[in-house]
Design a protein around this ligand. Sequence first.
Ligand SMILES: [Zn+2]
Length: 239
Amino acid sequence: MITVYEKTLELQTTDQTLRVLTHKREKHVLVVAVRECEEEIFSTTNAQEQAKEEAKQKNKSLASLDRDVADITSKLQRSQETLASGSVSSAKGVASLETEIAFLNEKRAQAEDEQLEIMEQLEALEVQDKLLKEAADAQSEKLARLQGERDLALASIDDEVASLAVKRTTLSTEIAPELLEKYESQRTQFDGLVLARLQNGICEGCHMQLSSHLVDQFKNMSPDDELLCEECGRILVAV
Ligand SMILES: [Zn+2]
């Protein structure tokens, strides 16, 4: 017996098969491996960007220290020249210049220490960058290999999914628009089972024994009529 629900039932079965296949695909060991590899690549890229940013900041600090050192050096030169020129004759003046020279020397030594420290950090970052680049290259190679293996392993599932998708499109055009809309909008709510067969008074959707009144109503109605399960609200259809 062909009812208005026939094609929708077929669509529902198609969707259920698609769901099983999608699940199977998602859980496939190679799909998982590809995903993990993509995550590894993502974190390597992040680490590379972070290292790059860090190096940029350190180079900035280094440039600023270079300016500081140049500045201190010229001040130091001026003070040393003044001292050597003998233009400051008072003992107090000489002492003050000597203190300043000592202070500037110390300040320059400090800045130079900082420069060295940053240069060492930059070298370490360079090494890290090289290692990360090697890791990224290896991960890209691994990803390409895994993707190839995955595509090969999933070829039959993918073919089936593709042909079911075509079937789905065709079926969709063969179902009355209102019914199709109802089916599509209730799929999530009813966990994919919008239409439920009624067998021996039991709803296939909620597995509840329905009242004899409803079962009688179902038996006596036209197969194209709409009768909802009193327990779950699914559309009841004949086997
Ligand atoms: Zn039900």
